[in-house]
Design a binder for this molecule. Structure first.
Ligand code: ADP
Length: 264
């Protein structure tokens, strides 16, 4: 009866909505929208460093008689931007792999303690520069089924963020313990913290709470998207909480044993 009182166009719209829902095309349209947004955001991220490099090179061409010091400064600034572009490209490639949904993880027995120590060594100089201290609450060894390279990236991104978004003379704590069938990792800082509203978008691609601070420290808002992909690839979970009295705690639970995917 409803169809009888509806016009042809309404019936067609209803039919299309029905087909879209039945054929799962609604998630596809959402995915297309996200994809378009990703490309637009990426283009925006590329634009700033490229403009800086272009300006510096043009200055050098137009003023060949500038002092060597000035020339060196132009080259140094351009190099910083090239490094930034390199990291951006590498992170985008990682996320492209994530989107391709092919299993890129190489699961093997992996000691998380060894990974935490390696990451701390990589970041040692940066920590010293801000007179920050790394505090470890970790066991002798904790082995899980995991992809060592990805897990190193996961810990590196989180500890590097704790270092970047926390003031000088502070302590960042890395906790690791076995809890039932999971390894629990906590990265605890006493930095500025993250508001409830920002927490909702934190894992979105290119999302940054403070754009200028993030960019100044070489960030482009992809680090936590990569972290989330690695955690999920291991069948784990990640939560962001407030540190009391202030700061941020990233709490990760990774299964000790990896459930093998059934062959397709
Ligand atoms: P970025 O490359 O900008 O660091 P991330 O995806 O790693 O990108 O982080 C997204 C944003 O989340 C950062 O720009 C920063 O504003 C915020 N953030 C991440 N970690 C912390 C932290 N430990 N404390 C405060 N803010 C943080």
């Amino acid at each position: 009866r409803l169809l009888l009182i509806m016009g042809t166009s309404e019936v067609l719209l209803l039919l299309m909505a029905f087909i879209l829902a039945r054929t799962n095309m609604i998630p596809i349209t959402r995915a297309l929208k996200q994809q378009r947004r990703f490309v637009a955001d990426a283009a925006h991220e590329f634009k700033t460093p490229m403009t800086v490099i272009q300006n510096k090179l043009e200055t050098m061409l137009e003023h060949p008689n500038d002092s060597v010091m000035d020339q060196v400064e132009n080259v140094a600034n351009s190099l910083t931007e090239v490094r930034h572009l390199n990291k951006l490209t590498a992170d985008m490639l990682k996320l492209a792999q994530a989107d391709a949904e092919v299993t890129m993880f190489d699961f093997k027995p992996t000691d998380l303690v060894g990974i935490i120590k390696e990451v701390s060594e990589i970041l040692e100089i940066q920590f010293k520069e801000k007179n920050q201290n790394l505090n470890f609450e970790i066991p002798e060894e904790l082995i899980i089924d995991g992809d060592g390279q990805r897990l190193r990236q996961l810990i590196l991104n989180l500890v590097d963020n704790a270092h970047k978004y926390t003031d000088e003379n502070t302590t960042i704590t890395i906790q690791l313990k076995k809890l039932r069938s999971t390894a629990r990792i906590k990265i605890i800082d006493n930095g500025e913290g993250i508001s409830a509203e920002d927490k909702k978008h934190l894992f979105d691609r290119f999302y940054r709470v403070d754009k200028s601070r993030s960019r100044a420290s070489g960030g482009h808002g992809l680090g936590l998207s990569i972290v989330q992909w690695i955690v999920e690839g291991h069948g784990g979970k990640i939560n962001v909480e407030d540190t009391i009295p202030h700061g941020t705690t990233f709490d990760i639970a990774l299964p000790l044993r990896h459930k093998k995917q059934p062959d397709k």
